[in-house]
Design a protein around this ligand. Structure first.
Ligand code: EPZ
Length: 435
C-alpha cells in the first residue's frame, strides 16, 4: 500500500460476473470522526479497509479515543475518555476528512486545534463555510501557524446559510451542533447520501437531526449521545466506478450491495449512451450489446446531480464513445490534471479554461506508464488501462489505496488481467508482461 508499487494491467478483456460493493469511504470517515461525540462504544459495520480509514483510526487513538478494526469490516470506537483536542499536521496531513475533527472536537470538548487538512490535490479547498458555521454557533476561530484553533464557552444553535453547497461544511456543522444548546438550521445544505448517513448515525446514537437529504437540516441539540451499532451505506462512487468500467470494456457485470437510487444520475447517462442498465432492489446489471456507444454531455453537480467523484472515470468512458462529448466540472476548480495522462494513452481530450473538457470520442487507447494524480483520477487510469491495447503501468497507487477496497481482487474476479508489483522488481523479472 504505497507509492513504491505499481499496478500492471493488460487491457482488452470484457468484464464479466458479479462484484460486491464495499461500505462508503466518504461516509465511514465522517462517521468514525462523529463517534468522538459519543460517550460509549460505537460499533460501526460495513467500513471499507482503505488507507483513509486506517489513518483516521490512528488519529482517533492519538487523541485518546480507542478505535480498531474488530472484524473484516467492523470498527469499534470508544471515545468516552477522549480529552485531547490537538490534531497536528503530521497526523492529519494525508487525509482531507480530518477537517471533520474540527466539528467533532468542538462539539465534544468546546475546543479544537486541527492542522489545515491535506487530501487529494485538485485546486483550492477552502474551509470558509465550515468556519462560518462554527462562528454562528458562538465559537471563536483563529488560523495560526497552519493550525485552525477553535474555542467556545458555549455553543448555541443558530441559522447558517451556506454560500456554496458543501458536503464537508454541512457535516462539520451537524457535528458541532449535535450537542449544542437549542436549534441549529443549515440552509442550502448538501444532500449527498453520506450527509444523510452521518445524520442517521448520530440519530441512532441519540441525536435529534431532521431534514438530512433536503436543503434544510434542523439539529436540536441534545445533552449526550450514547453508544450503539450502525452500518455504513454502500459506496456510491465505488459502485459507479465499476458500472463505468463494465460499460467501457463492453462487459456484463452485476454490481451488487448498492442503493440504485444513489446511482440515478449515472444510470441515466449510461442509458443515454446506449449502455444496458437493469435495476434490481440492491443491484444494477450493466451490459453493452450495441456496436458502439453514443457521445454524451455531462455536468458535475452536487447530489442528486452527476457526482464530481465520477467525472474522471466517466470522461474516460467518453473517449471511446462515438462523437464529441463535453464534460463540465462544476464542483472543483482543477480536476482535469489527469487528462495529460489519458492523452498519453491515445485519448484526444482538450481542456478549455479550468472547467470544460472536450472529448473527441472513438479513440483507440494504448497501454503506457501513467500516474494516478488523485484518488478518482487513479480509478480513471485503471479504466483506461482495462480498455487499452497492451500493458499499462499505473504509479502513485497511494491515491487509489485511499479509497478503493480490494480493487485488484474485485477486478480480477471479473476477468481483468491486473496485478501489483514493486516499482523496482528483482533483476530478471519482466515488469510489463505475464500480467
Ligand atoms: C467531499 O469533499 C468529498 N470528500 C469529495 O470526495 C467530493 O469530491 C466533494 O465532497 C464534492 O462532492 C469527502 O466526503 C471526504 P465540498 P468536501 O465541501 O466536503 C467549495 C473523493 O474523491 N467550498 O462539498 O471537501 C469547494 O471549494 C473526494 O472521494 C467552499 O468554497 O467538498 C468546492 O468547490 C475528493 N468553501 C465545493 O465547495 C468551503 O468552506 C464543494 O466542496 C467548503 C467548500
Amino acid at each position: 500500500m504505497n507509492n513504491e508499487e505499481k499496478m500492471v494491467i493488460l487491457g482488452g478483456v470484457k468484464l464479466h460476473g458479479e462484484v460486491k460493493i464495499s461500505g462508503a469511504k466518504n461516509s465511514a470517515v465522517a462517521i468514525l470522526v462523529a463517534s468522538i461525540l459519543v460517550k460509549g462504544k460505537c460499533v460501526i459495520e460495513n467500513v471499507p479497509h482503505v488507507s483513509d480509514i486506517l489513518d483516521l483510526i490512528d488519529i482517533i487513538n492519538g487523541l485518546g479515543g480507542v478505535a480498531e478494526f474488530v472484524g473484516e469490516d467492523t470498527v469499534e470506537v470508544d471515545c468516552s475518555d477522549l480529552t485531547d483536542y490537538v490534531a497536528s499536521y503530521d497526523s492529519v496531513r494525508k487525509i482531507r476528512a480530518s477537517s471533520y475533527l474540527m466539528g467533532a472536537l468542538l462539539g465534544r470538548l468546546k475546543k479544537a486545534s486541527v492542522a489545515l487538512p491535506g487530501g487529494c490535490d485538485f485546486g483550492v479547498r477552502p474551509i470558509d463555510q465550515h468556519i462560518k458555521g462554527f462562528e454562528a454557533l458562538g465559537a471563536k476561530v483563529d488560523i495560526e501557524y497552519g493550525m485552525v484553533n477553535i474555542t467556545a464557552d458555549e455553543l448555541v444553535g443558530d441559522t447558517v446559510y451556506l454560500d456554496v453547497v458543501s458536503v464537508g461544511a454541512t457535516i462539520n456543522i451537524m457535528l458541532a451542533a449535535a450537542l449544542a444548546d437549542g436549534i441549529t438550521v443549515i440552509d442550502s445544505a448538501a444532500k449527498e447520501p453520506h450527509v444523510v448517513d452521518v445524520a442517521n448515525f448520530l440519530n441512532s446514537m441519540g441525536a435529534n437531526i431532521k431534514g438530512a437529504g433536503t436543503d434544510v437540516i434542523k439539529i436540536r441539540g441534545v445533552k449526550e449521545l450514547h453508544g450503539g451499532t450502525f452500518s455504513v451505506i454502500p459506496d456510491q462512487i465505488e459502485a459507479g466506478t465499476f458500472m463505468i468500467a463494465a460499460s467501457a470494456t463492453r462487459g456484463d457485470v452485476m454490481v451488487t450491495n448498492i442503493i440504485p437510487k444513489h446511482m440515478e444520475s449515472l444510470s441515466a447517462k449510461l442509458e443515454e449512451m446506449g449502455v444496458g442498465v437493469e435495476e434490481y432492489d440492491e443491484a444494477i446489471r450493466i451490459y453493452v450489446d450495441k456496436p458502439e456507444l453514443k457521445r454524451a454531455n455531462v455536468k458535475t453537480q452536487p447530489y442528486p446531480g452527476f457526482p464530481t467523484d465520477l467525472q474522471p472515470q466517466m470522461l474516460t468512458l467518453l473517449t471511446v464513445a462515438k462523437g464529441t462529448s463535453i464534460m463540465k466540472e462544476n464542483v472543483w476548480d482543477n480536476r482535469f490534471k489527469y487528462i495529460d495522462e489519458l492523452n498519453r494513452m491515445g485519448a484526444n481530450v482538450n481542456v478549455e479554461g479550468k472547467d470544460v473538457a472536450v472529448v473527441e470520442g472513438g479513440s483507440r487507447l494504448t497501454g503506457a506508464p501513467v500516474c494516478a494524480t488523485d484518488l478518482r483520477a487513479g480509478a480513471a487510469m485503471v479504466i483506461a488501462a482495462l480498455i487499452a491495447d497492451g500493458v499499462t503501468e499505473i504509479y502513485n497507487l497511494q491515491y487509489i489505496d485511499r479509497g478503493y477496497e480490494n480493487l485488484e481482487e474485485k477486478l480480477r474476479a471479473l476477468g481483468a488481467q491486473i496485478t501489483r508489483r514493486n516499482v523496482n522488481p528483482m533483476p530478471g523479472v519482466l515488469s510489463a508482461v505475464n500480467v
